[in-house]
Design a protein around this ligand. Structure first.
Ligand code: MF3
Ligand code: CO
Ligand code: CO
Length: 266
């Protein structure tokens, strides 16, 4: 998640065919980390252990680089955000997963200089009805936004679609962080806000690559950062969920560069 600075869409790097091929490789690798880690996300594991498994897989099996590690000083290779943690959770030996937890694992890999960025929610043991519904609606927000993407679409429409579905379900959209252009840089233009007004903002063009990564809260939208300087939590300690994909804008729509094999319905 990029910090929402209010600036949108100047100097957007459109990817050529060669760069797109590289983005496909990076996106696929990021998706494969999420596929790999699923079987380990169980009651009793620590988020530190999840980080170690992902780090070793990315560096040894994929010969790739975990982008979060040392990014602006981030100390670990993945982000793990549990329950009321919104994003940028730091994997820790003190965070042991328990039944009922929901956890977002956010993976970004660099391969041959290009980034792939994706995250998903995992339900640990037996989650509450609310937790399950929050995760499901948040994924729907992302998917509805993805399905709208095509050249000529205003970025504000992406935000409006997400905001409408979240608020129709009595949830709220986090404002302080947003999706982002991605490529040779982890975070580049444009900013993709997850709330907004239809028909406003810049228009999408073929060859743009960016993420959609809505953070949706069960309570109020406000967040704060913990003393560790990274972990973003809901101010009211309500549950928060997030899903993320990296997309390419194509001639007629979009291609999901981080699609997992389990996601064959689109
Ligand atoms: N992966 C996050 C995103 O979706 C960014 C994490 S930055 C880090 O943009 F430093 F916290 F790793
Ligand atoms: Co991102
Ligand atoms: Co991410």
């Amino acid at each position: 998640m990029l910090e929402n600075t209010g600036f949108t869409g100047y100097m957007i790097d459109l990817k050529n065919e060669k760069e797109i091929a590289q983005m496909r490789v990076a996106g696929k690798l990021a998706s494969e980390v999420l596929e790999m880690i699923g079987e380990y996300v169980n009651v009793g594991i620590t988020t530190h252990e999840l980080d170690t498994i992902c780090h070793n897989y990315i560096t040894r099996e994929q010969n790739a680089i975990p982008a979060p590690l040392n990014y602006h000083g981030f100390p670990k290779s993945i982000c793990t955000s549990v329950n009321h943690q919104v994003c940028h959770g730091i994997p820790s030996k003190n965070k042991t997963l328990k039944s009922g937890d929901i956890i977002n694992i956010d993976v970004t890999v660099i391969k041959n200089g290009f980034h792939g960025d994706t995250s998903k929610m995992f339900l640990v043991g037996k989650p509450s009805i609310l937790a399950e519904r929050l995760c499901k609606i948040t994924r729907e927000c992302m998917m509805m936004a993805i399905e709208s993407v095509k050249p000529g679409l205003h970025v504000g429409t992406i935000g409006a679609i997400i905001q409408r579905h979240a608020e129709n379900n009595n949830f709220s959209v986090v404002r302080e962080y947003c999706g982002h252009g991605i490529g040779r840089n982890f975070h580049e233009s444009p900013q993709i806000l997850h709330y907004g007004v239809e028909g406003t903002g810049i228009k999408l063009e073929e060859g743009m690559t960016f993420t959609i990564e809505p953070m949706i809260n069960a309570g109020k939208p406000a967040t704060k950062i913990l003393n560790d300087g990274w972990t973003v939590v809901t101010q009211d300690r309500s549950l928060s969920a997030q899903w993320e994909h990296t997309l390419l804008v194509t001639k007629n729509g979009s291609e999901v560069l981080t699609k997992r094999t389990e996601e064959n319905e689109y």
